[in-house]
Design a protein around this ligand. Structure first.
Ligand SMILES: [Fe+2]
Length: 376
């Protein structure tokens, strides 16, 4: 249909993933976790972001992010997924200070480093920003200003909503066999809900597919976008949506402080790879699609209720039920997307997009200009 949208090869090609790592994940602010995961000094979590091992740790200076790798033999510094421990490499016990600088060097006589050499040894520190309770890192030495990626109004919304997140979190990560971009496109595509989730998600929604009421002769938005083929502003790729859900009362709403008191399903799409949602402001989920290979993605999922009124309330059972329900919905998407990915190849035609998929086309136009066709 158009040479401006992405082709199937961009979902299967290792060269494309190399470009994404350099120009997309290497330049944009990427969500990594929640401030509640690093509340106390020396509390940390580790994970991978687009294949790079990351350590987020609260030091005496605040929340800091590093590449989780010792400058000596490149060993991992923190080996657990989360915990509370100073930054000491388990291999030769080098230890690091609040900004990642070398503090202790046991058996230092063996190394014969000069004072000047020793001065330069430090962990590779990454830029990190807190947006309410959401933590974002950036791999660039001079990152783009956060308000360039997310509009100031949108940042304010994220900040406000995230302050309602409870600190008791349930988390899961599973690997799926499709390209990460398919998932971001899938969550922005509300027209799949009646067909893929007829028994799970659909019954909850009041009107899942809001028909685009357009004049029959009105020009197509998508065709207009494609004929101009201009890359949109990066900040337009992240936006909120609201969809009405059938009114109901949940037993736990009185035990927490809901974000809003409306029968609404809230979505905050956070480009490039996060879908942050809330059901009635009573519970929240954050999904992240992290690339492993062109055809494989780590699907991270965090869920929590709104802030508990009393921290002694234990929501373990509630969170287990909520995540089981969410995983059932995700499994329905996974079946479709894994089959889709499995069929992609040189024989595949380009994707087609109707007007309701305007946001997908915008994403493709931005991606073409800033990832595929970069001239350095
Ligand atoms: Fe879905």
């Amino acid at each position: 249909m158009s040479r401006h949208v992405l082709d199937a090869e961009h979902y299967t090609s290792p060269d494309t993933l190399v470009k994404e790592k350099r120009y997309l994940f290497g330049r944009l602010w990427i969500f990594v976790g929640f401030t509640s995961m690093v509340r106390e000094r020396n509390q940390f979590f580790t994970r991978k972001v687009a294949g790079i091992p990351i350590l987020v740790q609260r030091t005496e200076a605040g929340v800091r992010a590093f590449i989780n790798q010792c400058p000596h033999r490149l060993s991992v510094i923190q080996t657990e997924a989360s915990g509370k421990r100073p930054m000491v490499c388990p291999y030769h016990a080098w230890s690091f200070g609040v900004e990642g600088e070398l503090r202790g060097l046991p058996n230092h006589g063996l190394y014969q480093f000069t004072a000047a050499e020793r001065e330069k040894i430090c962990l590779r520190k990454l830029h990190i920003e807190e947006v309410g309770q959401l933590l974002f890192i950036n791999f660039a030495e001079q990152p783009l200003p956060l308000p360039e990626q997310f509009s100031p109004e949108y940042l304010e919304q994220l900040r406000e909503a995230s302050l309602y997140l409870d600190s008791q979190i349930i988390y899961s990560c599973h690997r799926v066999r499709y390209n990460w971009k398919l998932n971001m496109e899938n969550v922005k595509d509300y027209n799949h809900v009646p067909f893929v989730h007829p028994k799970t998600f659909l019954p909850v929604m009041e009107s899942p597919v809001k028909a685009l009421i357009a004049e029959p002769e009105a020009p197509s938005v998508v065709k207009g976008l494609l004929s101009r083929a201009e890359a949109p502003a990066l900040s337009s790729l992240s936006y909120p949506t609201r969809a009405p859900i059938k009114p109901y009362k949940s037993w736990f709403s009185e035990l927490c402080e809901p974000y809003r008191d409306e029968h609404i399903y809230y979505n905050w799409f956070i480009y490039p790879n996060v879908n942050f949602c809330s059901v009635r402001g009573e519970h929240f989920l954050l999904q992240q699609y992290d690339p492993v290979s062109p055809g494989e993605t780590d699907y991270h999922l965090w869920m929590m209720s709104a802030r508990r009124k009393d921290v002694r309330t234990d929501f373990t059972a509630l969170l287990s039920t909520l995540i089981r329900g969410e995983r059932a919905v995700i499994a329905e998407d996974t079946r479709v997307l894994e089959r889709l990915q499995d069929g992609l190849g040189a024989h595949s035609a380009s994707f087609m997009h109707g007007d309701y998929e305007e946001h997908l086309v915008q994403q493709h136009l931005w991606y073409r200009a800033h990832v595929l066709e970069v001239t350095e």
